[in-house]
Design a protein around this ligand. Structure first.
Ligand code: PBG
Length: 325
């Protein structure tokens, strides 16, 4: 057998031989400031209860939420996204008093030592669990946009740092931006769930947020996972409507879209590692099939490699313990 060039000197493994060499060549780095921790606060809940399938994630009463945030801050978390679950469901007029009181209590207890994003949607607040106001089971778009804009205003007024619409209604980013501007919140950023698919990976979340649709599904407003063109166009539209930050969701099944969206919008794009994705790791680990502490940061590095600027992940609170700076 003749000696080839590869045999003689091409040995890419040389640069993987020691941890120092691997670190020298590592191209992705991120820090805790770019990880966002989701929180669930449930009106009327006594105490707290674990969310099935999601390691370390709880549904919590306000007092437990305050304790959780204190712990998370001590563990180096600086970014949160809050999912409020109101006790009473409505169809058209929504009551923001509970959510506003939660935001105010968080601000009172922890000041500006953290950044609070508010998931802004209707699915946890409606009787039917859809992300819209419905009229005869059809989306009443104008009423929906009004309700979303009103939620955004209420959250900003109570002290939220940023608004994060997750409903996927046409035109909602522009509507929310206009409402924020009108009410004096010109500097409140909007982080839109801009490329959000109708996905099977939201299961554990819908249990936690009490937001499963009571009939039908969300395929008439969320994106079709088969489509790349519409997926990119949805983010372009959000950018045009004034979104400050964009996002792909589910993150792990949308890695291919991050770079094209950045190229098309010149905006920074984050990734949401959704409940079904994080839950997959949790359940594998529970069954002894994966080392959770190693697998979780692996997924974060992959998001970064794909170009994600920030990552919403249920495991943000473990980052410091896992050695993330
Ligand atoms: C609300 C919302 C959902 C998620 C975030 N905001 C559920 C959905 O659209 O059905 C999913 C998050 C997750 O699965 O972790 N519209």
């Amino acid at each position: 057998m003749s000696k080839t060039k590869a045999d003689s000197y091409e040995r890419p493994m040389r640069l993987r031989a020691t941890s120092h060499l691997r670190d020298l060549c590592a191209e992705t780095e991120f820090n805790r400031a770019q990880l966002i921790q989701p929180l669930f606060v449930v009106e009327g809940l006594k105490g707290e209860e674990p969310v099935p399938g999601l390691r370390g994630v709880m549904r919590q009463s306000l007092p437990h939420l305050l304790k959780q945030v204190e712990q998370d801050l001590a563990a180096g978390v600086t970014q949160f996204i809050l999912f409020p679950v109101p006790a009473e469901k409505h169809d058209e007029e929504f009551d923001h008093r509970f959510t506003q009181s939660v935001i105010r209590e968080l601000r009172k207890a922890f000041g500006t030592s953290f950044c609070l994003w508010m998931d802004t949607c209707l699915c946890s607040a409606t009787t039917h669990g859809h992300c819209a106001v419905l009229n005869d089971e059809k989306i009443a778009l104008k009423k929906t946009l009004k309700a979303l804009a009103e939620s955004a205003r209420a959250f900003a007024e109570a002290g939220a740092d940023g608004i994060s619409p997750s409903d996927m209604m046409d035109g909602r980013t522009a509507y929310i931006r206009a409402a924020l501007d009108r009410h004096g919140f010109k500097l409140t950023p909007v982080m839109s769930y801009s490329t959000k698919f109708a996905s099977n990976f939201y299961g554990p979340f819908r249990e936690a947020a009490d937001s499963a649709p009571q009939f039908g599904d969300r395929r008439h407003y969320q994106l079709d996972p088969r489509n790349r063109t519409a997926a990119i166009a949805a983010s372009v539209r959000c950018a045009d409507e004034g979104a400050d930050l964009l996002m792909v969701k589910p993150g792990m099944t949308s890695l291919d879209l991050i770079q094209p969206i950045i190229a098309a919008t010149s905006k920074q794009v984050g990734a949401y590692q959704v409940s079904g994705e994080y839950g997959g790791l949790s359940l594998l680990a529970e069954n002894g099939l994966v080392n959770f502490d190693a697998a979780l940061p692996e997924t974060w590095h992959v998001f970064k490699r794909a170009g994600a600027q920030f990552i919403i992940t249920y495991g943000a609170r473990y980052a410091q313990a896992l050695g993330v700076r």
